[in-house]
Design a protein around this ligand. Sequence first.
Ligand SMILES: [Zn+2]
Length: 298
Amino acid sequence: MRLHETFASLAGIVLYVEAIMSSDQSGRRLQEGPCTLLLKHTRYEDKADTQEVGCVDHSTNDIIAISGSESMKVGLLAMLNSNELTSNESTMYSTKAYFTSNGQLFLSGDLDSVVFGEDASSRKSNPTLGPKTMLALRVIASDVSTTSTADKISDAWFGTSGERVNLKSQYYACSGGKLHCNPANQGSGTSRGVYTATINDRVNGTDNGLIRKAAIAAAEAELGTLNPQFDHVMVCIPPGTSGTWIAYAFVNHWQSVYNNRWCGFVSAQMHEIGHNFGLAHSGETSSYDDQSGMVRGL
Ligand SMILES: [Zn+2]
């Protein structure tokens, strides 16, 4: 069999497998049940801050991007920003939504075709008070590793080697002693709260989302399901992924992600963990230089 014929028959098998799952006339896999909406805030080197809407697929637990018309995306963001919908609580289901070949959920209808609901299981009782168990992931990929050592990452987040200004100390101070961001019982000594995840992927030029997913999968293979075992997981991605992103977080959720050295900056840590706590920006001009409005939300 010639190469192109092999590909043709492989494609046929893929189409067949998709067809026996729930699919439409074009063989596209349709959304089979509600997914939980997630609001993602990303910060860029030029200080631009973007918001995107994703959804947690309940069958795989994957966070998938939602694509579709501009007006639909603007409408979803408006509902999330006005608290009509809540990130990591509200669900979305549409009989007109299908999965694209690159794994996005495409909403082909407008918002009128969407049924919204609520996923009570993900609701948190009092997310910004009490002890929080936090785990940072340092990543060793096939071509490059997170630059900072596990000791340095631990020190930057929790002050385990004497760093006096760190996420733990700052959130403790800002909350009047009510919020304890504790390193997870992983790592040892001065690298407490850090797990080193080894992955087979190449980082250079790769989308950071794939590296995030691989790092979390590697950690879960050894430690078991990360959340709710850990209240917050911070992924410190090695340098060289595509784009000029600095960091991002999912609102009211447990994951935040940092582009290499930004994992060590307390301003970035507080900003992104603030999003995990469900906090929004203090205003349109909010930046890493001015955290006060966001932190005051505590
Ligand atoms: Zn932000």
